[in-house]
Structures are given as C-alpha cells and as structure tokens.
Design a protein around this ligand. Structure first.
Ligand code: HDE
Length: 712
C-alpha cells in the first residue's frame, strides 16, 4: 500500500492563507450528520435500541420458522433492500476527489465573482470525473467522453462547472439529447455493448446527424482513451459570460489545463486494462492523492469582448465549435489541486448533485440552446435520483454560504426551520430573510440584461450550419501518429457495425466531408470504395491547423506520479536496485518492484527483497516505463518466464521507455527490439537521466511503426 502523506507539498501551499486539507475537511466535518468511526459505541437499531444478538433472527424454536415480530431483522433487511439509488442516466460510472481552488490574482476587471478576486482565498472544491455511456460498474478505460464536473464551494454560493474532457458536443440543441443518448447507450434488445459506442444505433444516429461530426472525430481520437483522469484537459464547452462590478460582460470559454500533461492510452492498452483492472482510473487517482502526488490543473478562460461576438467564422453560441487557441489564447485565472480522497463513496461521489444552473454573481449563461436545456435537466434528474427537492441538504451538496429562504418541507427535509414566517415580505420575523439588491460585491444575483427582440420560433440559426470545417481543422492539426489512431478508431468502430448501409453513409456523407484521405483509409479497412468527393461544400477556414489541439504539444511539466516497473528475480543486485529506486523516487516517480511471483526474491548477497506484486498481477499496461534490474541470473530467469517476456515486449509495443544493464540490452537485442531514444542500457547517472527524460516525453512515438510487428 502506498504511504499516506497528509501534508500538502510546500510548493502547493505557497502564498495560501489556510492549509487546504483542513479547509476542505472542515466542510464535511462541521455538518452534524457526519459520523466517523464508532469505536466504543454499542450496536443499536435506527431507533436507538441496543442490540443483544446480531447473529440470529427470532425464531419459534432453534429449528423453527422465523417470526414476523423480529423488528430488528426487519429494520436491517428493509434498509438493505433500499440501499441503492438510481444511477445517473448518463455519466453513471465515475469517481471523485476533494481539493481547493486558488486564484492567481485579482480578476476584478473580468468578473465580480469573489473567488476570482483574492489570491489569498482558498475555495474548497469537489470534482467528479466520469464516463458517459456505461453503467456504474463498467470499465474505466473504454473509448468514451469523460465528464469533468467541479463544484466550487464559494463564499457567495456554489458554482458548478459541469464540463467534459472535450471542448465540443454531439448536438446543438437540447431537444436532441434523449435521441443521442438512446442511440449511444447499449442496444435495447440485448443491452450490448457496455461502455462503448462501437455498435449500429450509435453510428446510425451520428451518420444521419452531421452536426455530430466534429465531436465524433474527437471521440475517435486519443482524447477518448485518457491515460489517467489526472492527464485530461477539461472544458466548459458552452460559451458563458463573466460580468464585472461595472456590469461589463465578456464571453468566455472555460479550460482546465493539467500540469501532468494531456496523455492518453494506446487502444490496445485501453482494451486490455478494461479487463485487467476495471478500476484503473479510479485507482490511479486514489493512489496519486494517497501518495501526495496531488494532481493540479490551471483554470483559464478565452475572453471575447461582447463587441466581438460576430467576428468569428463560427457562432459563439454553437456548442459544436471551439474557439481555436491560436485566435484567442487561454488566460490563466487560477489553479485547482486535488488533495483529499472521499471518506465514503456513496455519500460523496454518488450523492453529489451537479447543475450547470448553479452559478454565482459575476457569472452568467449565454443563449447556447444546449446550455439552456441543461439548465432544466439537472435539477429535474436530481429530484428523481436523490428523492426530492432537498438534495441541497445532503452534506456533499451543502453550500458553505448560508441558505435562508421560505422553502419548506418536502421529501427528506433535514433542516428544522424555527421561524414562523415562511414567506416574504413578512412582519412577523422582522421581515427576514430579506432580499439583497445587486451591488459591486456581495450583492444579490442579477442576470445580465441582454436585449432580446425576436419571434417565437422553432428554428436552428443559419450560423450553426457548417458542421465539417472544424472537424477538418481537428484532423489536420494532429501529428501523423494521432491521425493514424483516428483512422484505426473509425475502422474498429465501424467494423463492429453490422448494417453495411450505415458504414457506407458514415464514410461517404461524413468522413468524405471532413477529409478525403481519412475517408479513403477507413473505406479501405472496411472493404468499401473510396469516395471521390464530399457531399457538401465545406467552408474554408482562415486557420489551417491549430497546434494546441495535438496532445503531443502537451507532454506535461515533469514526470511527477508516473509509474515505473522494476523487474527483479533471484540473484538481483539489491544495492543497485535500491540506488535506482532512490534515484527515480527523487524525481517523484512511483516505483513498483515486480517479481515472477508475489513472493520475495533472493538478492545476490543472500538477502530477501520484497516485491510489490507479480508481473501477472500488475501487467505492463499499468506502467509508463520499465527497468530490468541488474544482477547475476536475473535476465536468464526473466527470459525463461513467458510472462516476463510478454511484459517487456508489450511495454516496447506500447512505446514505453525500457532500460537495464548490458545483460538486459543483450536480451532486448535477442528480442529484436530496435534501439531508439527510449531503449537504454547502463546503470550510471547519465542513463537514469535519459530514462527520466524519455518518461517525460510519455511515449517513444518514433517507434510506433517498428512496434507494429510485435504481437499484441
Ligand atoms: Fe449532461 N447530464 N446533459 N452534459 N452531464 C447529466 O445529470 C444533459 C451535456 C455532464 O458527475 C445528468 O446529475 C442534457 C454537455 C457531466 O454528476 C443529466 C444535455 C456536457 C455530467 C444530464 C447534456 C455535459 C452530466 C445525468 C443536453 C458537457 C455528470 C445525471 C442538453 C459540457 C455530472 C446528472 C456528475 C450529467 C443532462 C449535455 C456534462 C441527465 C439534457 C454538453 C460531466 O441531467
């Protein structure tokens, strides 16, 4: 087990006023319904009656029938029968963590929101990451969009930024959401597939709905198989407004930039991990936090003055479009650090209720028709999932700001309101609680006074009509490796589609409009003729490529928290293994010692070296890099072990740095692994440095073609 380091790192607390852990802990601990461990307490019923026997139900005789009057058993079983609440209709599979947000400075020129004005202020946050399609127990590493939802417990009320790890969405209007979700969810007759989109109904829908083209290409890219929840970008997707104390509004797009880099799995890894460790992402986040490798993101915004609303080749209100960062750079506002795991998954992760309608003064919506629909949906869904309109009283959802009003009663009400006047105005309770007029700071919420002068119609704005130019921009901004992964993903998914007419339509009417080369490659993999031309005229964008879209341009800052497997066997040079471990740990890498079994191995000088796991128990897909330990007989033992051979070959195939001494190098040569910047031999400081550098690049991309020949 990783050791628990409670104290946040100095660098993370620099300039803060309050130790963040204490602050976020205080939120839950101050609520009276939180119970910690019950040491010294008697076992009692929910009515407070002490229980004498928790092993046997009440029966008529030791071998006789059970009696209905056994209120102790009935209370226990009845409660158990109702332990589950409905899972979320989308985003059911997820995990969460506590942390804090800290502004880099005073952003008063942009917004009057208090949490963005004081660099000394620590705002507690709770984040939930999720997949979209699969149920609660589905695999973490499936190809899917990831939810990235952040609840800021600000002094002025809760602000929920309920975003995704992709900056656009499948549809433009909320009325299409149930259609889209029904299409992507497992098919109704056999509930297959769990957690993925490689099936007929999804591709039927998206091939008929061209507005989905841009989001689908993101979903077919490496973004849909993140390496870790810590290595994902987050996006608010819609355009929002920030409003300052003078009432001046700016359009903004929210971005979360991970300090850990924007990294993904390879498809082969993702598929294997779904079986070898269903909880891979959950575990990774949990362990990173437990070992003090707190993940960190920068919150930034792209800012567009109101006057520039119509200066782009796309509509700011269209949620299928990005604002390329080359046109409007991201201005950093502050940082978020996740530093505490939940105490109880159900109470916190399962019961947290996000809603895009939870905003605070200084932030406002736009007329994006997808966002507008979401404002209704989330409260509605919480009423059904959490049993009524009092879900804000569940500890994880309670704002730190007080919430006095005339709302009373309803299912699961916890608050005991003592006043007599549950209405406003009143003269009985002194007129309290009273309205607060809007003000520069600390005033009541005021909506941005947008002028609307229009007909009541059901119509899509003509400015939303271009569905392909940004999908093309995305494809053209990818590196050759990333482009190939996209071709592979379309080919894999469409290869699972049973109906030929759906494959043909996707290739001819969608892919051909994005890029003819992409369409031809996918067509070839499906045995279809390559389309000669697109079916629509795609507007030409002034920007030909957006480098910010390629993950290769976001390798991250350093190697903190990345994982190295140290392969050992009997005969290992214990002192060298120790030296290596210390050198790598000094870089904040996580080292796991893996042996042929879980039993300790014998070192060359006859000592016992404990291992963390066997190579079978912790496969190479769970690591970023591999080091083969030195010592007489180690390589011979590993060579004779098929699991170890597979481990090394698979790590090479997945483009991971591999290193070892000259014996290991001879073994790599025997396995016909080609020398490159990630295949290293030596046990001196220079080799360690080169190894860490290669880990910092995440993968040895130049190896991908050579690695193709290695069996999966
Ligand atoms: Fe959601 N979405 N959504 N969504 N969404 C839900 O709310 C919905 C959309 C997102 O970790 C549900 O509490 C509609 C876009 C996340 O708890 C539900 C529409 C984006 C989460 C719902 C959208 C999201 C949800 C299901 C189209 C990215 C998980 C359970 C108008 C910006 C939050 C729940 C968590 C969850 C409705 C589209 C992100 C049913 C109607 C676009 C991250 O209310």
């Amino acid at each position: 087990m990783p050791s628990k380091k409670d104290a946040p790192k100095e660098s993370q607390l620099a300039g803060t006023r309050t130790p963040d852990r204490a602050n976020t802990n205080a939120k839950l601990q101050s609520l009276e319904s939180v119970r910690s461990d019950a040491t010294g307490q008697a076992l009692r019923t929910n009515q407070g009656v002490k229980i004498a026997d928790n092993q046997n139900s009440l029966k008529a005789g030791a071998r006789g029938p059970s009696l209905l009057e056994d209120f102790i058993m009935r209370e226990k079983i009845t409660h158990f029968d109702h332990e589950r609440i409905p899972e979320r209709i989308v985003h059911a599979r997820g995990t969460g963590a506590h942390g804090y947000f800290q502004s880099y400075g005073n952003h008063a020129e942009l917004t009057k929101a208090g949490f963005l004005q004081d660099p000394e202020k620590i705002t507690p946050v709770f984040v939930r990451f999720s997949t979209v399609q699969g149920p609660r127990g589905s695999g973490d590493t499936v190809r899917d969009v990831r939810g990235f939802a952040v609840k800021f417990f600000t002094d002025e009320g809760n602000f929920d930024l309920v975003g995704n790890n992709m900056p656009v969405f499948f549809i433009q209007d909320a009325i299409k959401f149930p259609d889209f979700v029904h299409a992507v969810k497992p098919e109704p007759h056999n509930e297959i597939p769990t957690g993925g989109s490689a099936h007929d109904t999804f591709w039927d829908f998206v091939s008929l709905v061209p507005e989905s083209a841009h989001m689908v290409i993101w979903a077919m890219s490496d973004r849909a198989i993140p390496k870790s929840l810590r290595t994902m970008e987050g996006f608010g997707v819609h355009t929002f407004r920030l409003i300052n104390a003078e009432g001046v509004a700016s359009f903004v797009k929210f971005h979360w930039k991970p300090k850990q880099g924007v990294l993904s799995l390879l498809w082969d890894e993702a598929q294997k991990l779904a079986g070898k460790d269903t909880d891979y992402h959950r575990r990774d986040l949990w362990e990173a936090i437990e070992t003090g490798n707190y993940p960190e993101w920068e919150l930034g915004v792209q800012i567009v003055p109101e006057a520039d609303e119509h200066k782009f080749e796309f509509d700011l209100l269209d949620p299928t479009k990005i604002i390329p960062e080359e046109l409007v750079p991201v201005t950093p506002l502050g940082k978020m650090v996740l530093n505490r795991n939940p105490d109880n998954f159900f109470a916190e992760v399962e019961q947290v209720a996000f809603c895009p309608g939870h905003i605070v003064p200084g932030i406002d919506f736009t007329n994006d028709p997808l966002l507008q629909g979401r404002l209704f949906s989330y409260t509605d869904t919480q009423i059904s999932r959490l049993g009524g309109p009092n879900f804000h009283e569940i500890p994880i959802n309670r704002p730190l700001a007080p919430n006095h009003n005339g709302q009373r009663d309803a299912m699961h009400r916890v608050t005991l309101d003592k006043g007599r006047a549950a209405y406003e105005p009143n003269s009985i309770d002194g007129g309290w609680p009273k309205e607060t007029p809007p003000a520069a700071r600390d005033g009541g919420f005021e909506s941005y006074q947008e002028r609307i002068d229009a007909h009541k119609i059901r119509e899509r704005s003509p400015s939303f009509a271009d569905h392909f130019s940004q999908a093309r921009l995305f494809f053209h901004s990818m590196s050759p490796n990333e482009q190939q992964h996209i071709v592979n993903a379309y080919s894999f998914e469409l290869g699972k589609v049973e109906r030929e007419h759906i494959r043909v339509r996707e290739v001819n009417e969608i892919l051909a409009n994005i890029d003819l080369d992409l369409a031809a490659k996918v067509a070839a993999n499906l045995g279809l003729p390559a389309p000669k031309a697109g079916t629509v005229e795609v507007p030409k964008l002034s920007l030909k490529a957006s480098p910010a879209l390629s993950q290769l341009n976001h390798p991250g800052e350093g190697v903190k928290g990345r994982k190295v497997a140290l392969l050992v066997a009997d005969g290992v040079d214990g002192a060298l293994a120790d030296k290596l471990t210390k050198a790598l740990e000094a870089e904040s890498l996580q080292i796991k010692v893996l042996g042929p079994t879980s039993a300790p191995v014998k070192t060359a000088d006859g000592k016992s070296l404990a291992v963390d796991a066997s190579m079978e128990g912790l496969p190479s897909v769970a690591f970023d890099a591999v080091w083969v330990a030195g010592g007489k007989g180690v390589v011979d033992a590993l060579k004779a072990d098929g699991t170890a051979v597979h481990f090394v070959l698979e790590a090479y195939k997945h483009l991971k740095p591999l290193a070892g001494d000259k014996d290991a190098k001879a073994w790599f040569d025997e396995l016909r692994l080609k020398a490159d910047a990630g295949l290293l031999a030596g046990s001196d400081a220079k080799t360690y440095k080169a190894f860490v550098k290669a880990i910092g690049m995440h993968r040895v991309w130049a190896r991908e073609a050579a690695a193709k020949a290695i069996p999966a």
